[in-house]
Design a protein around this ligand. Structure first.
Ligand code: ZN
Ligand code: ZN
Ligand code: FE
Length: 764
């Protein structure tokens, strides 16, 4: 007996060739009916006998297209209608819970086409298909249909239309389908805004510029990139000068894997990430025989490496056949440019030429960054290729939550029902342009999912721009605002990622976060239960002369730490690099600030401890980018393996343990006076931190409340490979279950995620 089967499917089923897959499956089994995209996912009806229908159901789930994923599948059997063919219907509108796919790197079949002189897409920089190409960066709203993307600006030629309509074609319903006849086109503008050599194609002109050591601004997939020959010291220096980026490492795009292996070590896992469809920047260890200009990543044993991920990148790199710097197209601290008018203005003093095109980028999506630590990939910056993939929550929320994140590396999150969407990386909210970028990101993400918040979560820090924005918005919408302590958010973000249940020990170490007592936290241990997140240990707070400025001047952290060891009169005569790093007047001023307690907040931050040690070892007295001193300290270990660590005590031993760092610094100064090498002191300091985590973990066991032996390590400090790996090794030896962020950043890029989790635990 024939029956009608109706299926409602949710998950990643749009923009991945799902409907053609269904079409081919149904027609192969001789089943009639239809399939369509809805805003909720995909709906299918098929009619046929019991066994072909069963086979259809089975194969539908077993033979999914490469990027598709089914989260929920509901089906029912209904009365026969009597369809006489199988059709793909037009999309419906309704509740928006389908999923927007991230942008996907060009697939091998499309690459083959652009390098095939016989193919009609030979050298066409906007080639894509159902399995690859732009998604999130071009989507206005759901459902995913060409008319709701920036490809609506281009109408398909007859050939493209035929591919688009042919269920047997790789481009069947590929929304950004395009060819040289009908699709987006390149243009090259030299700095003086005119073509210099009219015989050259825009691509050739850009290639010539890069070969000549000039800086080219490229309109890429999710925004502008600045490209320059990575072997050319002078050209790289020019980029550094113009971008006002003296030291921060640049990422490099290589033509292919063999050329990467010339310069860097590459594990199988790292290779898998480099060649994945997300195609992130992967941090690799440089080889001794490193062939690029020294100033690409100065004083850094690692290099951020990526492969071409759009046809345009493939064409450029194939021609150049050497690695180029591919860094975000922005002025320092500003968001990445996405629009050529804006880029021509903002990048006019940086780029010599502009390789642009007329496909609009609807939202900025930076390159993502991944580092392999403890043999696991860790996403340090989550953007292109990953955002806005949702996190499925364990329970369904009754209220919609919006979370505004923190200040540095800001991201925002929206959560409704059982899904949480964390935005792509936005940047440091330190200027109006970044704030605007955040507002836009939020608006566009909300628009895609028809999202209206019932509750807003923000950081506890009253001065963050994200907090102020949240306050105003909550007032305007007349909904409740909940402030979330920064380090609580770090721990809960990691718990959400691993679906962890309390109780557990949470270690949150970073540079800065506003504490519940109004001081600056950053070296925290929490005992997390269903009811609370209790601070059970922290580093003894030390003074930071000059407050915020101390986070950019490691020498100030060191001075604050030293002021706890020495009388101020003795301190200024010490023969230490930290003291010598100040002029006499600077020193007098800071000492009097310390003495009178003016603009000298106290902090328990481990990030600032790293800064202090880096200053004492004279590795870094001032920073030109966040984390520079801590990185210098990590790198200075240089492979040394020693068991030594500094002795530490607890100052207070009542309900909250207070770790006294004074003994550690006394030990460091003694080792310095004994002329022990820097790598030894650096390793010994790192080992001390490992011992402290281990000791407090043992403490929770002794008190008898950590019977499950669960521990979470989160916060920016755990981007330090030595610290993370040594801590894990030490804890594993005692059978602990260790969790750390992997799919979401350990740094403040995941604070919005944690905020949602804290709020939903408290208020929903
Ligand atoms: Zn493709
Ligand atoms: Zn065409
Ligand atoms: Fe943080």
């Amino acid at each position: 007996m024939k029956r009608r089967l109706r299926l409602e499917i949710q998950g990643t089923v749009q923009g991945v060739g799902f409907r053609p897959f269904v079409y081919q499956l149904a027609t192969a089994l001789n089943l009639f009916g239809w399939v369509n995209n809805s805003t909720a996912g995909v709906t299918i009806e098929v009619e046929g006998g019991r066994s072909p229908l069963n086979l259809f159901l089975e194969k539908l789930q077993a033979e999914l297209p490469p990027n598709a994923k089914i989260d929920a599948l509901k089906y029912q059997y209904l009365e026969l209608i009597g369809y006489n063919n199988f059709e793909i219907h037009a999309s419906q509108t309704g509740e928006k819970i389908a999923i927007v796919l991230p942008d996907l790197a060009t697939c091998s079949e499309c690459i083959a086409e652009i390098f095939d002189p016989q193919n009609r897409r030979y050298q066409y920089p906007f080639t894509n298909c159902t399995h690859c190409g732009p998604r999130y960066s071009i989507i206005e709203t759901l459902p995913y249909d060409r008319s709701l993307t920036s490809m609506a600006d281009f109408s398909m030629c007859a050939d493209c239309q035929r591919e688009y309509e042919d269920p047997g074609d790789r481009r069947f319903h590929a929304q950004p389908n395009a060819c040289p006849i009908c699709g987006p086109k390149l243009e090259f503008l030299s700095h003086c805004q005119g073509q210099e050599n009219t015989n050259q194609s825009p691509l050739e002109a850009a290639i010539q510029y890069i070969r000549d050591g000039k800086i080219v601004a490229l309109k890429g997939l999710g925004g502008f990139q600045l490209l320059v020959d990575a072997r050319n010291n002078k050209a790289v220096q020019q980029l550094r000068g113009r971008k006002q980026r003296p030291d921060k490492p640049f990422a490099v795009m290589y033509p292919d894997l063999p050329s990467i292996k010339n310069d860097c070590f590459l594990s199988q896992l790292e290779e898998a990430f480099l060649t994945s469809q997300a195609s992130p920047t992967v941090l690799l260890q440089k080889k001794k025989e490193f062939n690029l200009a020294e100033n690409v990543a100065p004083h850094n044993p690692n290099l951020g490496v990526m492969l071409p991920y759009t046809p345009l990148h493939h064409l450029l790199l194939k021609s150049l056949n050497f690695p180029v710097i591919a860094t975000s197209g922005n002025r320092s601290d500003e968001p990445i440019c996405i629009d050529e008018t804006e880029a021509l203005e903002r990048l006019k003093n940086i780029a010599d030429g502009f390789l642009i095109h007329n496909r609009r980028i609807l939202r900025p999506v930076d390159d993502s960054v991944v580092r392999v630590m403890n043999n696991t990939p860790i996403i340090l910056r989550r953007s292109r290729g990953y955002a806005p993939e949702p996190l499925t929550l364990k329970r369904t929320l009754s209220k919609n939550v919006l979370a505004m994140g923190a200040h540095l590396k800001n991201t925002v999150a929206i959560a409704q029902k059982n899904r949480l969407f964390l935005s792509q990386h936005i940047g440091d909210l330190s200027n109006q342009l970044t704030l605007q970028a955040m507002t836009k990101t939020l608006q566009k993400l909300s628009q895609i999912y028809d999202f209206q918040p019932d509750i807003i979560a923000c950081d506890l820090h009253p001065d963050y721009l994200s907090t102020q924005y949240a306050k105003n918005l909550a007032q305007k919408l007349n909904i409740s605002l909940i402030s979330v302590q920064h380090h609580h958010a770090h721990i809960y973000a990691c718990m959400a990622e691993h679906q962890l249940e309390s109780p557990l020990l949470g270690v949150a170490w970073d540079g800065t976060g506003y504490g519940e007592d109004g001081t600056i936290w950053g070296g925290e241990f929490f005992w997390v239960t269903k009811q609370s997140c209790e601070r059970i240990a922290h580093f003894k707070p030390f003074p930071l002369p000059g407050g915020d400025r101390a986070s950019r001047e490691p020498r100030r952290s060191a001075l604050g730490l030293l002021s706890q060891l020495y009388d101020l009169q003795v301190l200024k005569k010490l023969n230490l690099p930290t003291i010598q790093a100040f002029s006499a007047t600077e020193l007098e001023l800071l000492l009097s600030m310390l003495k009178k307690d003016i603009n000298t907040p106290f902090t328990s931050s481990v990030g600032r401890l790293f800064d202090g040690v880096a200053s004492l070892l004279d590795l870094r007295q001032r920073e030109s980018f966040e984390g520079q001193a801590a990185m210098a300290l990590e790198f200075s270990i240089d492979g040394l393996q020693i068991p030594d660590f500094y002795q530490f005590q607890y100052t207070k031993n009542d309900s909250i343990l207070e770790i006294d760092s004074r003994g550690i610094f006394q030990g460091i100064i003694q080792d310095l006076q004994n002329d022990l090498p820097k790598n030894f002191i650096a390793a010994k300091f790192h080992n001390t931190l490992v011992e402290i985590i281990f000791d407090i973990y043992l403490h929770t066991l002794k008190l008898g409340f950590n019977s499950r032996k669960n521990i979470v390590l989160a916060g920016g400090c755990f981007q330090n490979k030595y610290l993370l790996e040594q801590t894990i090794q030490k804890l594993e030896s005692s059978g602990a279950n260790i969790y750390y962020p992997q799919k979401f950043p350990p740094n403040d890029g995941a604070i919005a995620l944690g905020q949602v989790m804290v709020v939903t635990g408290q208020a929903i």
